[in-house]
Write a protein that binds this ligand. Structure first.
Ligand SMILES: NC(=O)c1ccc[n+]([C@@H]2O[C@H](COP(=O)([O-])OP(=O)(O)OC[C@H]3O[C@@H](n4cnc5c(N)ncnc54)[C@H](O)[C@@H]3O)[C@@H](O)[C@H]2O)c1
Length: 335
């Protein structure tokens, strides 16, 4: 049985589907600070299976103990965190509390119950400004924002834990840019308020909820001057967690792996593929560069292939089709 923290969120809900499809039993803990229980109802609809949900905070040691006493949890997949880069700059303490202190509480409770298998959601944000591309796991570390630092400190805490006790199996996954949605159109990314990520903003422009897409920077040293990223289908990303669980079964110790496609895509390329696959015209405007945006950032995903036989299967067109399917079927997200 797997405990999934933050399972009602964007990546968590997609991962639940893949876990349940592999016949795993799951328990979810989520405080719903950035999600809704409706996502879990949709997961049940997609899979035709039930799941156990606790609405609560991973910083609540009493609740965690109740869960570990009641359910035979073998491994934890730890998604729960605050993830807004901008917000982390204005509210660093809230980010350190939620992403670091609460993670320490979770790890303490796990250790107490002798549960020593964990998959940790890290981020390409730990690398900071790219020194070279594609970025492998040996790329220098240098997170720029408090958010990126919380992800990196989380990695460090886990690495120290692995040194202290060799029974721990820890897979730290550094995600690149997850986009898209489940093919059913029943679950997807549903940001509260104004989207901070490109894709939900883009689909909200396409559906007429927002006027125009701003593209920040057209003078970068890239194929067409706009920034380049490594977009990965959220379902491929979710499947990476199933593979990481298999790796943990083999008593893998500590591993750190990138999850990306290894394919660079510029913002303008993304916009033009979106228009081509959906037939939607997308109004956009060019804006000056935005502070803190890297020019070009994409993964070397070879280690994940070698270590856990995982690679992406879905194309950029699949990502855009599925993101549009979700947005057009649910113009107001889960509401
Ligand atoms: N989406 C991305 O672009 C991206 C990229 C790299 C890494 N990540 C990491 O992946 C993880 C999942 O991201 P996501 O996009 O699904 O975000 P999300 O906000 O959709 O999901 C996170 C979930 O965790 C819950 N949560 C937050 N703090 C909690 C707490 N203290 N106790 C219980 N539940 C809590 C939220 O309510 C939400 O349901 C995060 O750790 C994030 O930092 C995301």
């Amino acid at each position: 049985m797997i405990l999934v923290t933050g399972g009602a969120g964007y990546i968590g809900s997609h991962t639940l589907v893949e876990l349940i499809n592999q016949s795993e039993s799951v328990v979810v803990i989520d405080n719903l600070q950035n999600s809704t229980e409706l996502a879990l109802e949709k997961v049940k609809e997609i899979t035709g299976k039930d799941l156990t949900f606790y609405q609560g905070d991973i910083g609540d040691a009493q609740l965690l103990k109740q869960i570990f006493e009641k359910h035979p949890i073998k491994s934890v997949i730890h998604f729960a965190a605050s993830k807004s880069v901008n917000e982390s700059v204005s509210q660093p303490l809230a980010y350190y509390r939620n992403n670091i202190s609460a993670t320490v509480t979770l790890l303490e409770c796990m250790a107490q119950f002798n549960i020593k298998n964990i998959i940790y959601s890290s981020s390409a944000a730990v690398y900071g400004d790219p020194v070279y591309t594609p970025m492998d796991e040996a790329h220098p570390i240098g997170p720029i924002t408090p958010y990126g630092k919380t992800k990196y400190f989380g990695e460090q805490i886990l690495a120290d834990l692995a040194v202290s006790d060799s029974q721990w199996n820890i897979v730290m996954l550094r995600y690149f840019n997850p986009i898209g949605a489940h093919h059913s159109g029943l679950i997807g990314e549903d940001p509260l308020g104004e989207p901070r990520n490109l894709l939900p903003y883009l689909t909200q422009v396409a559906i007429g909820k927002r006027k125009v897409l701003s593209i920040f920077g057209q003078d970068y040293n890239t194929i067409d001057g706009t920034p380049v990223r490594d977009y990965i289908h959220v379902v491929d990303l979710a499947k990476g967690h199933v593979q990481a669980l298999n790796l943990i079964q083999k008593q893998c110790g500590l591993k750190v792996l990138n999850l990306g496609t290894g394919k660079p895509t510029s913002v303008l390329e993304l916009v033009s593929r979106f228009e081509a696959v959906t037939g939607q015209k997308l109004p956009y405007q060019m804006m000056p560069r935005r502070e803190g945006d890297a020019e070009c950032c994409y993964a070397a995903p070879d280690a994940a292939l070698k270590e856990m036989s995982w690679k992406t299967e879905l194309s950029l067109d699949n990502m855009l089709e599925d993101a549009w399917h979700w947005q057009s079927k649910n113009p107001n997200g889960y509401n």
